[in-house]
Design a protein around this ligand. Sequence first.
Ligand code: FUL
Length: 490
Amino acid sequence: MILRLFLLCTFGLALNSAVSASSAPPVPYGPIPTQRQLAWHEMEFYGFLHFTVNTFTDKEWGYGDENPEVFNPTDFDADQIVTAARMAGMKGLILTAKHHDGFCLWPSKFTEHSVAGSKWKGGKGDVVKEISEACRRQKMRFGIYLSPWDRNNKDYASAAYITYYRNQLRELLTSYGDVFTVWFDGANGGDGFYGGARETRKIDNRTYYDWPVTQQLVRDLMPGASMFSDAGPDFRWVGNERGVAGDPCWATLNNEGRRPGGTSDGLNSGERPGTHWIPAECDVSIRPGWFYHSQEDSKVKTPAELVDLYYKSVGRGACLNLNLPPDRRGRIHDNDIASLREFRRILDATFAKNLVRGARVTASNERNGGSSFAAKNLLDGKKGTYWSTEDSITTPEVVLSFKQPVRFNVVDLREYLPLGQRIEAFALDQWKDGQWAEFARGTSIGNRRLIRSGFITTEKLRLRIVGAPVAPALAELGLYAEPEGVKAGS
Ligand code: FUL
């Protein structure tokens, strides 16, 4: 009797824990994103605005000796600028509040080298205020770029400058409302005006900026803001200014010993399994330069080139930060707008209809027999639900069957990020002449993976996970068709 009771209890307990183990979500794998980083991933596409004295002196890097009076846009219109970005599908804009020349686009009380010394609006103008307010009006996020290297400031390279830099950061983060990102540029040290010294100043970028203290200041003043640098802490440089992410592009990085302005090794592809979640941002300008130069009016990237960049950045799990340089009027030039408009038209036409709707979906394995982790979650258009398998099943497959053959050339995959980046390799097959034929293979997925191929018409599609250290957690699988006539860019 006692033995029977014992067996019953033990068996009951085992059964219970088996049920709860398989109904529980998979355990997170490796570094995982913070809420702040998840919010940043959601943005996917936003823009840079490079605007300062350089716009008027025709330079890319101002020396720091520019007379503030040269900054004099003839027809500045923050709403025109923000509208151009919003119309292109951007979710936010990051303004160069101060570039390497040290000129401030807001009337900083810590320097006279600012818009307050320009003739623009009689010295009463404030570009940071106008752009941030236009962003708010148009429901766009606003971010700031504050160059650590300052070729104007007399104290640059001494401790006093670090205080100055932090004062300016505090000023920006307390006067202009919510900020979604603070962008720390890695370029620093070299020749400059430096209050009239006109010399070369070198700093040791391992120690000079004392980044942990500055980053903590941002955390305290703007807890929701994600910080950019070569090494995070929240998102990283992709290692080139062409806007092209590596393939693979892991969201993780071995971050011990890395620092802003440090090595770019490993940034393009990320590192696996990595010590930290530090996904990549692809920054690139719509023109050859970051600042406006009239001689580049004919060198604006074409819509096809922009679409190609989108697939090589957003489509590889990174965010795309596309620079739009306001011109001497203080507006986005017509040529840039024309390119952006057609780029948007192509993407809208592509992603208007997800062709998986109505498909029948079957999987080789579903965690907990399907309920919360069913493969049908892949087709529901929700990033918060996902398909997963039992812990022991790491290379499952899923098949979509269509009533009518489906024609597509883009496959869209998303992992469920809160559980980490789990999938290391996958393959896609079409049903052709009575058998499966592989048409694509890939590695990293992360926030989003877009596979752009030739057009395929098939009645069945198979996704095979062929490499994963743990059970996958895949949120979305979409199929799309680009409008006719779009050519992949260079
Ligand atoms: C670089 C800068 O030197 C460029 O001028 C530009 O601001 C780019 C986004 O970052 O490091």
